[in-house]
Design a protein around this ligand. Structure first.
Ligand SMILES: Cc1ncc(COP(=O)(O)O)c(C=O)c1O
Length: 427
């Protein structure tokens, strides 16, 4: 690290997300990344066990995606997207139409998972408003997380993350997480839909930030059927679960479910640059299609469909078309399964579970708790072991880039096993 950079970092003005600066935890300076590894200014190689917040699918600085970004920077950097278009965006839209469910005919761009969700909610309400129907209530699942903008927080779990902002949040219907009692979830959803709910938004198969909670495809399929029976729009938030994370391109595929509205982001660019898409079915589009300007879909942001981000996404789509992505995903899933199995009998380990490439367990207590005191201590241990492994309280999850090799995976699981020994008082 040069003297100047060291100085700047010491006096940094940066206010980091989801970081309590008062705890004075070290903030490593990362200078470069490749594959599943991050390299810091003080010479460490860190294994990225959580794909840098679940975005990096193929690996950091993937050569094909980097080359596509470079090529695009020489052609077109940015252009207003209201009433204008460009090749990379058209390529992404056409590519998505090829691999996403055929009934999702329309592609709306935004910049993050949260905005993809805001767009989905607005499309759902616009659908009913433009048809002159009085359906406004949104239904959500307990423990959900859909992002940190106001609408996305409103449809997420209430708690420490958003208690201070409660006056800004709108009221929603809630169904229970389908753990031990899936029928209660289905009954709750049936009641909400029968009462005229406009839309149900859900993370398919895995609730991420809520604690990597997993539920079976059959429940997802039944929830979808209930919504369809009552004309309630079904919004699948695949921001985390999309792009192979759960073993299939979309988690919904495992339940043979096609949503009315689909949110994708994170792995859309392979995790290289921010971009998001909300895909909608033809009826949702048609409800906004009119000679009447008041029925326009009123949503945009300055960087909607930024050409450089779209070039990265177009290359990601080409990788999915041309390379054996699902085989890679299956290989990682099997490797995770082997290592999880070795931890399963440990006295400090509970609820060992996996969905595709996502592995999770609780340490110390079978109940996951985000504010568990174990969280910061585990984080510090993993940092010492040169791992980017960021537990959700006492829930440890491993969600690495698909290119991770066996040695790096072993490092992650050795540190997890050491942490379990320490929690059990054995280490
Ligand atoms: C399921 C889900 N939806 C939405 C979001 C929000 O995405 P972003 O952080 O890109 O706004 C996340 C982020 O982790 C997520 O997991």
């Amino acid at each position: 690290m040069t003297g100047r950079i060291k100085d700047i970092v010491t006096r940094s003005a940066i206010w980091h997300p989801f970081t309590q600066h008062g705890l004075d935890e070290p903030i490593p300076l990362v200078t470069r990344a490749e594959g599943a590894a991050l390299y810091t200014a003080d010479g460490r190689r860190i294994v990225d066990a959580i794909s840098s917040w679940w975005v990096t699918t193929h690996g950091h600085c993937h050569p094909r995606i980097m080359a596509a970004i470079k090529a695009q920077t020489e052609k077109l950097d940015q252009i207003i997207f209201a009433g204008w278009t460009h090749e990379p965006a058209e390529e992404v839209a056409a590519g998505l139409r090829e691999i996403m469910p055929p009934s999702l005919t329309r592609v709306f761009f935004s910049d993050s998972g949260s905005t993809a969700v805001e767009v989905a909610l607005k499309m759902a309400l616009g659908f009913f408003a433009n048809r002159g129907e009085e359906r406004r209530r949104i239904v959500v699942m307990e423990h959900s997380y859909h992002g940190d903008t106001i609408g996305a927080m409103s449809v997420g779990a209430r708690g420490v993350f958003n208690a201070a902002y409660a006056p800004l949040l709108f009221d929603v219907g809630r169904v229970t997480f389908p753990g031990a009692h899936p029928q209660a979830t289905l009954d709750g959803l049936e009641a909400e839909c029968a009462a005229g709910a406009a839309a149900f938004i859900v993370e398919p198969l895995v609730l991420g930030a809520g604690g990597m909670l997993m539920y079976p495809p059959a429940v997802l399929a039944e929830m979808r059927a209930i919504c369809a029976a009552h004309g309630t729009l079904f919004i699948a938030d695949e921001v985390m679960t999309g792009w192979g994370r759960t073993g299939t391109l979309l988690a919904c595929e495992q339940a043979d479910v096609v949503p009315d509205i689909l949110c994708i982001s994170k792995g859309l660019t392979g995790g290289a640059v921010p971009l998001a898409v909300t895909m909608a079915s033809e009826p949702v589009w048609e409800a906004h299609y009119s000679q009447d300007r008041t029925k326009t879909f009123f949503h945009s942001s300055s960087y909607t469909a930024n050409p450089i981000a779209c070039a990265a996404a177009a290359e990601n789509l080409a990788i999915w078309r041309e390379e054996p992505m699902l085989e890679r995903v299956a290989t990682l899933a099997a490797r995770q399964e082997n290592r999880l199995a070795r931890l399963a009998g440990h006295p400090a380990v509970a609820n060992v579970r996996r969905c595709g490439t996502i592995a999770a367990l609780e340490l110390g207590s079978a109940e996951g708790s985000y504010l568990s005191d174990l969280g910061p201590q585990l984080l510090a241990r993993f940092r010492e072991a040169n791992l980017l492994l960021r537990p959700l309280g006492n829930t440890i999850y491993v969600m690495p880039p698909y290119c991770i090799d066996e040695t790096d995976l072993d490092t992650i699981y050795a540190a997890t096993s050491d942490a379990a020994d320490w929690v059990a008082g054995l280490g």
